[in-house]
Design a protein around this ligand. Structure first.
Ligand SMILES: Cc1cc2nc3c(=O)[nH]c(=O)nc-3n(C[C@H](O)[C@H](O)[C@H](O)COP(=O)(O)O)c2cc1C
Length: 184
């Protein structure tokens, strides 16, 4: 893998294909803060995602407050690792920026999922570990996140992405399955 040491002493992964191949969900983190410029890089990567009719219907909550992180971890059974993370980014849809037609009403979730994948790949490229934990479509989890972050009515949480410098190094799963491809 072609990597380059960045100004924080971590290895940046330069090639997109390397990041895609090597990324995996990381659920344990070192007690080390993530520099703000790194967080900005992740947010820029997220906002570079494609979106339906270029509506960009996303909003990102950058949670560094340890009390909120702890409460999210305690109240979200599938996101317990958030309590130990130095940072979580909550990817939300802004339904005032969506497409009004009924058949397009799920586009915010599709668009925000594209942004989330960019965010995960950027995090991996910056030497961070992260995991997508679902809020949407589980009403109970969405309510927990909305209450803890005090989200306005139009902001819908898609997921919570706890992240930090990895305290584990799992081997990425090999998911290649030629049976899932039809060539014509
Ligand atoms: C839509 C979605 C929801 C997920 N929700 C959770 C979750 O609530 N908690 C969790 O620990 N992991 C969650 N994951 C992570 C998956 O478990 C993980 O991506 C999958 O096992 C594949 O592993 P990998 O990411 O290491 O390749 C979610 C992933 C996606 C895409």
């Amino acid at each position: 893998m072609f990597t380059e040491k960045n100004e924080h002493g971590h290895h940046d992964c330069i090639c997109a294909l390397d990041a895609i191949r090597d990324r995996c969900s990381i659920r344990t983190y070192l007690e080390k803060a993530i520099p703000e410029d790194v967080i900005l890089t992740l947010l820029k990567a997220a906002m570079a995602a494609p979106s339906s009719r270029n509506k960009q219907p996303w909003h990102f909550y950058v949670v560094r407050d340890s009390e909120i992180l702890k409460k999210m971890g305690e109240q979200l059974p599938y996101a317990r690792m958030t309590a130990q993370a130095p940072l979580a980014i909550v990817v939300c849809g802004d339904n005032t920026k969506g497409n009004p037609r009924e058949e397009q009403k799920l586009n915010w979730a599709i668009d925000c999922s594209a942004a989330t994948q960019n965010l995960l790949l950027a995090a991996h490229s910056k030497g961070l570990g992260a995991v997508w934990t679902a809020a949407f479509p589980y009403t109970e989890r969405m309510d927990v996140v909305s209450k803890l972050l005090n989200l306005p009515e139009n902001i819908i949480p898609l997921n919570v992405i706890p992240m930090g410098y990895p305290a584990e190094k799992p081997i990425p799963k090999n998911k290649w399955d030629p049976d899932k491809v039809t060539w014509m």
